[in-house]
Design a protein around this ligand. Sequence first.
Ligand SMILES: Cc1cc2nc3c(=O)[nH]c(=O)nc-3n(C[C@H](O)[C@H](O)[C@H](O)COP(=O)(O)OP(=O)(O)OC[C@H]3O[C@@H](n4cnc5c(N)ncnc54)[C@H](O)[C@@H]3O)c2cc1C
Length: 476
Amino acid sequence: MLPVRRSLQSPDPFHMTDYSRYSFWLETAGEDLTPRPALVRSSDVDVAILGGGYSGLWAAYYLLRQNPSLSIAVVEKEIVGFGASGRNGGWCSARFAVTPTRLEQRYGRDSARALMLAMYDSVDEVGRVCDEEKIDAHFHRGGVLTLARGVHQLPLVRASHAAYERLGLGDRVRLLSADETKERVKATKVLGSLHAFQGASLHPGRLVRGLARAVERRGGVIYEQTPVSEFEGGTTPRLLTAAGELRARRAIILGGEAYLTRLRKLRRALLPMYSLITLTEPLTQEQWSQIRWQNGESVASCRYTVDYLTKTRDGRILFGSRGAPYAFGSKITDEMDRHAETHADMQRTLVEWFPALQGIKFTHSWGGPVGMPRDWMPTVSFDKSSRIGTAHGYTGQGVSTTNLAGRLLAGLVGEKPTGLESLPLAQRQSPTWEPEPLRWLAVRYMQDAFLRIDTALESGRSRPMDSPLAEFLGKH
Ligand SMILES: Cc1cc2nc3c(=O)[nH]c(=O)nc-3n(C[C@H](O)[C@H](O)[C@H](O)COP(=O)(O)OP(=O)(O)OC[C@H]3O[C@@H](n4cnc5c(N)ncnc54)[C@H](O)[C@@H]3O)c2cc1C
C-alpha cells in the first residue's frame, strides 16, 4: 500500500480522505469511491436507516422488494462499505456468532437447528441476490475447512462435528483425516479437520457497493458523509444530523454495528473488538501447487485468538485474526486499524502454516471493529411503540447473518411475517457491558488469557492455571 494520506479537517488524525486506503476490498471494489451527496436539509421518509453497511442495506433492499412504493433513506457517516462490510475476511458462511453446541444449550435443539438452517439459507440467498442483481462479488461456494492444528485442537473439531450430528445436520459436515485434509490444504501440524460443505467466500467490497446500487435502482436514497449524532423514537422517530433531521413515518433502523457505541444511548450496548487482516501478494502457480487449496475453501483453525484464511480470486491469501488490544472506553479510531505488532505476528504465523511461502511479500494490512454483545448473541428487533428497529452484535460473523437480519427486520417493520420471527436472535436484547474501568480490566484479561492458552498449547505445555476461568467468561 502507498503511504497513508491523512485528512486535515478530521478530529481523528489517522482518518484518511482516500477511502480506497481502508482495505484491499475498497481499493478493488471496481468502482469510483467518490462520496454520494450528503444530507443537506431535514426531510421526511417512510423508513430512515443509519449505516451503509450490509445490515442497513439488506434491510433497505428487502423493504423495497416487499413494498416498492416506500421512500427509504440510508444515512452513512463516511461512504458505503466504510465499516466492517468493506473490510472483512470474505467468509460468507453458515457460522453463527454462537456455536451450535452453545445454541443448543441455551435455546434447545429445535431452536438451534432452526437457526442453523436459516444460516444455510442466508448463504444461498446472498449468492442468489448477487446473481439476480448482477453483483459480481466473486461469490464462490468452496465450503469451510476447520483444521485441527495440533493434538489439542482435535477434540474441538470432534465436538463440533458431534454438535452438528445432534442437531440433525450431520449430512452437511464431514470429519476429514490428516491425509484427507492435506489433500485439500497442505498446512503444517494438521491432524484432521471438519469440512462444512455449505459456505462461500466473496469479495466484501464488491458485495456492499453492489448492494447499495441495487437499493438505489429500487428507489432508495443514500446520503454519504452524513454522521448521525443522535436518534429518537416515538410516533415520528428520527435520525439527527448536523444538516437537519430525517423524520420517519414508519420506522428508523440502526445498523451501525460497533460504531453504534459512539451514540450516547448505546455506549454500552456492544464492545468494539478489533479484527485484523494481512494480505499476501498473488502466489505463483508453483506456490499454489505446493500448498494445494484448489477448491478455495474458507479455512480456519481452532485457536482461541482466532485465525481465518481466504483465497482471493486473484490468487492471494488473506490471513485474519483477532488480537489488537481492547482500548479503554471502547475507543474506535482509524489508528487502531493497523497494529504493527499483531500484523507482524500474523505474517509470521502464515509462513509457519505454509513454509513454502517463506519470503512472500505482504501488500496490504488493515483491520476494523466488530461488535461484541455481552452475551455473544446478535439482536434483530423492532419495537412497535418507539418505532426503532436494530440489527447488531454479529461478533465478527456478519456477512451472511446480516442478510438473515435484513430479511427479518424488513418483515418486522413491514408487518409481513417471514417465518424467521421465532428464531432466537429475533426481538431480544443483550445485557449491556460493564462500565469502565471494569470493562477494560476484564476484556484485557480475557485477551491476555486466550493468547497465553494458545501459546501454551501450541508449544506442548499444559494450560495455564486460570484457563477454566477465561473459558467460563468467554464461553459462546
Ligand atoms: C476485519 C474484519 C473481518 C471480518 N471477517 C468476517 C468474515 O470473514 N465473515 C463474516 O461473516 N464476518 C466478518 N466480519 C464481520 C462482518 O464484516 C460484520 O459483522 C458486518 O459487516 C456488519 O455489517 P453492518 O452493516 O452491521 O456494520 P458495518 O459494516 O460496520 O456498517 C456500519 C456502517 O454504519 C456507519 N455508521 C456508524 N455509525 C454511524 C452514524 N452515527 N452515522 C452515520 N453512519 C454511521 C459506519 O460508517 C458503517 O459504514 C469481519 C469484520 C471485520 C472488522
